[in-house]
Design a protein around this ligand. Structure first.
Ligand code: KIV
Length: 275
């Protein structure tokens, strides 16, 4: 099935859960697409899990376009969402439309994501007016890490919970086709999901969101710098990879690899006539 913003909305209307993962390259996108994932986010989390920064703030438009284009070449049926990096949309509505346009035109994504609630609604409205679907992102928004003072659960006080609900209504009103809820208490995420009509995609926001998203390195145990509480490890690919690397090293050292079946042959006559 070809996944689009319309099928995402239909899934919410039908009570079907939406599955999303992050991906950053061609091979991984192809594997996920073959597995039947509904959506891939080329997240600015690539700054941490692919590029080794301690946060997402240094990620550039060029980084995002480069990785989004690779994912787009690998995924055929999946809705691809490109993440707008820090300072590519906060500066002005004009910058937001220009950079969203670049991500779609050069990265070939089907939608863009940006962080923030009511304060970025002018950007959401202008980008959607340019026929570029927008996924909003509220709760723990990692580009605001310095304002939050760390990676913390959001919406825990009465005022903060009300602000999150108001932000969710505001981004829907501005035209977002879906909204990520990150690190939000489960009961609040449920209330938001029941209140707005666009799909909510949760990460650390409980089971009552309309869909879920995880960073693939987290759910495959490939990233060990830290492990958020909301991550479930669905496979231990990190250990499988390390085992594979160790076997390769041992076989190279022992001269066992490459064996005859991995080797190209030539007739002895040719070799004998070399001078
Ligand atoms: O950048 C990212 O991967 C994200 C998800 C965690 C939602 O924003």
């Amino acid at each position: 099935m070809k996944n689009t913003v319309a099928t995402f909305q239909q899934m919410k209307n039908d009570g079907q859960k939406i599955s999303m993962l992050t991906a950053y390259d061609y091979s991984m996108a192809k594997l996920m697409d073959d597995s039947g994932i509904n959506g891939i986010l080329v997240g600015d989390s690539l700054g941490m899990v692919m590029l080794g920064y301690t946060d997402t703030l240094s990620v550039t438009m060029e980084d995002m376009i480069h990785h989004t284009a690779a994912v787009a070449r690998g995924a055929k049926d999946t809705l691809i969402v490109g993440d707008m990096p820090f300072m590519s949309y906060q500066t002005s509505v004009y910058d937001a439309v220009l950079n969203a346009g670049r991500l779609m035109k050069e990265g070939r994504c089907h939608a863009v994501k940006l962080e923030g609630g009511a304060t970025v609604c002018p950007q959401i409205r202008a980008i959607t007016d340019a026929s570029i679907p927008v996924m909003a992102h509220i709760g723990l928004t990692p580009q605001s890490i310095n304002a939050f003072g760390g990676f913390k659960v959001q919406g825990k006080t009465q005022a903060a919970a009300q602000k999150l609900l108001d932000d969710a209504k505001a981004v829907e009103e501005a035209g977002a086709f879906a909204v990520v809820l990150e690190c939000v208490p489960a009961k609040l995420a449920k209330r938001i999901s029941e209140t707005i009509s666009i799909p909510t995609i949760g990460i650390g926001a409980g089971a009552d969101c309309d869909g879920q998203i995880l960073v693939y390195q987290d759910m495959l145990s490939m990233f060990s710098d830290f492990k958020p509480k909301f991550v479930k490890q669905f496979a231990d690919v990190g250990t499988a990879m390390k085992d594979g690397f160790s076997s390769y090293i041992q076989e190279v050292q022992a001269g066992v690899f490459p064996a005859k079946e991995h080797t190209f042959q030539i007739s002895d006559d040719i070799i004998d006539q070399l001078y």
